[in-house]
Design a protein around this ligand. Structure first.
Ligand SMILES: Nc1nc2c(c(=O)[nH]1)N[C@H]1C(S)=C(S)[C@@H](COP(=O)(O)O)O[C@H]1N2
Ligand SMILES: [Mo]
Length: 159
């Protein structure tokens, strides 16, 4: 029993983007109004090759200030040649939230892949987490933006 449990924990651990071995696995699929292909699969490595931005901010889900690194959603959108007015973010648990693309310019949300210098495990709300610069403007600390702060992201569809 213990051995089975240990095995399960190992498998679950490998399922996250936390280790060097799985940095090349697809973590994000982007579809909808994008250029060329019907959909684009991206790994953590590919995401880290886009311009990297970091935010240090408080959030409703962490104690104190936390530092996140990732790619701006505006940058990612350009990278895949996306158009459209809305982007639907779908999480591993099927939670979904539609973000107006106008947010990307107005508030510069980050698609974070690192927290405090480490890749985020699924348990830690990874591998990908939308983070707004909450401490910059009081309007960001509201339910509207919290509901757009999707964690455990698996796919994005531009519409
Ligand atoms: N993956 C995922 N992200 C999510 C959610 C969720 O259920 N799953 N809930 C959203 C909503 S509606 C809000 S208000 C906050 C909820 O944060 P809380 O569960 O800490 O209250 O996270 C957002 N991001
Ligand atoms: Mo919410």
């Amino acid at each position: 029993m213990l051995r089975i449990l240990a095995g399960l924990i190992l498998v679950l651990g490998l399922g996250s983007a936390a280790t060097a071995e799985d940095i090349d696995k697809t973590v994000l699929t982007i579809s909808g109004k994008i250029s060329g292909e019907e959909s684009v699969d991206l790994s953590i490595r590919q995401l880290t090759q886009l311009s990297r931005v970091s935010y240090t901010t408080s959030t409703p889900w962490h104690d104190g200030k936390v530092s996140f690194e990732g790619v701006l959603l505006g940058t990612l959108m350009k990278h895949v040649g996306a158009t459209g007015e809305n982007a639907e973010f779908i999480a591993l648990n099927e939670y979904r939230s539609t973000l107006p693309v106008s947010d990307f310019k107005e508030h510069s949300p980050l698609l974070a892949y690192m927290k405090d210098g480490k890749y985020m495990t699924i348990r830690d709300k990874g591998p990908l987490f939308v983070i707004y610069p909450f401490d910059d403007k009081p309007e960001l600390k509201t339910e509207v933006f919290f509901s757009r702060s999707v964690w455990q992201i698996r796919s994005i569809e531009f519409r």
